[in-house]
Design a protein around this ligand. Structure first.
Ligand code: NAP
Length: 283
């Protein structure tokens, strides 16, 4: 498993395991434990996923030394603003049963991001988070943010897969030393990705599935991936991407699938923004 060094000098595995939409607590604990057993050393959860407790239990049950696991969690929009963010992190740490998380992200680029960020900067100085970052920040938002804050985000976690390659976002992150992390690296199963003719044809040359080709295309460019699955065989399959290499031509062929926009989220749609603001995780 390759690692990447973030802009504050800490090391993060390039591949991790995502637990979005694994809402059943027992299932989340089982599948996260299975992922750790299979060799994943980074887990991506969030306050809004409602499964931080299950992730914490799986980590403890694994018996793997804490310092060998990279925990990512995220502050939900409802908890933005300085004091709320301080409390949000406290609750996340309590639910995870941890003294610190390795990476803590602002989940959405909305609301009082600056107040929340100052709380994250303080938590970073106090050692309760080893790195801080953002998610879903567009190139323009990330630029504005990086030009405004004292401590620049270590990571921007955004949707990246062969059908939405996010070229401008990647150029912007590169410019500001922000590590890209791909959510929905398997496009959440859309666009026929698991039987896509081009990905399947490339995969056949290496004895790999279309999913593995899609993941490889990201990590080969230094982009971190956090695929989610509840199936044991896919847990293993998605991790088995470190023993083959796509040629330059194959990388370019996969690049050609880019539609240039997301069909999963629409941050230009007022109804979507309202929906995020109305998504409450506590009373
Ligand atoms: P994803 O990982 O792109 O796709 C997950 C889907 O693919 C599931 O339906 C899963 O099915 C299926 N799958 C996984 N591996 C497979 C394989 N090898 N073959 C066939 N099917 C396979 O989507 P995601 O869960 O949305 O994204 C990954 C992670 O990113 C999340 O879990 C979360 O941690 C993070 N995320 C963050 C944000 C954000 O706003 N920051 C947003 C979305 C996601 P089964 O589960 O049935 O196996």
């Amino acid at each position: 498993m390759e690692k990447v060094t973030l802009n504050n000098g800490i090391s993060m595995p390039l591949e991790g395991f995502g637990v979005f939409q694994i809402t059943d607590s027992r299932e989340c604990e089982e599948v996260t434990w299975g992922a750790l057993k299979a060799g994943y050393r980074m887990i991506d959860t969030a306050a809004a996923y409602g499964n931080e407790e299950a992730v914490g239990r799986a980590i403890r049950k694994s018996g793997i030394p804490r310092e060998e696991i990279f925990i990512v969690s995220k502050l939900w929009l409802q908890d933005y603003g300085y004091e709320n963010a301080q409390n949000g992190l406290k609750v996340s740490l309590k639910k995870l049963g941890q003294e610190y998380v390795d990476l803590y992200l602002l989940h959405q680029p909305l609301g009082d991001t600056m107040g929340a960020w100052r709380a994250l900067e303080d938590a970073y100085q106090e050692g309760r988070v080893r790195a801080i970052g953002v998610a879903n920040f567009s190139p323009a938002q990330l630029t504005d943010f990086c030009e405004s804050v004292t401590l620049r985000p270590a990571v921007d976690q955004v949707e990246i897969h062969p059908f939405f390659a996010q070229k401008i976002a990647l150029d912007t992150m590169n410019e500001y030393g922000v590590q890209p992390q791909a959510w929905a690296p398997l496009a959440e199963g859309n666009f026929g990705i698991f039987s896509h003719p081009l990905l399947a044809e490339i995969g056949r040359r290496y004895g790999k599935s279309p999913a593995q080709v899609a993941l490889r295309w990201n990590v080969q460019r230094g982009i971190s991936v956090i695929p989610k699955t509840t199936h044991c065989r896919y847990v293993k399959q998605n991790l088995d991407i470190w023993n083959f290499q796509l040629t330059e031509e194959e990388m370019t062929q996969v690049d050609s699938l880019d539609m240039g926009h997301s069909e999963i989220v629409d941050f230009n749609n007022p109804a979507f923004i309202r929906k995020l603001h109305n998504w409450k995780i506590h009373s």
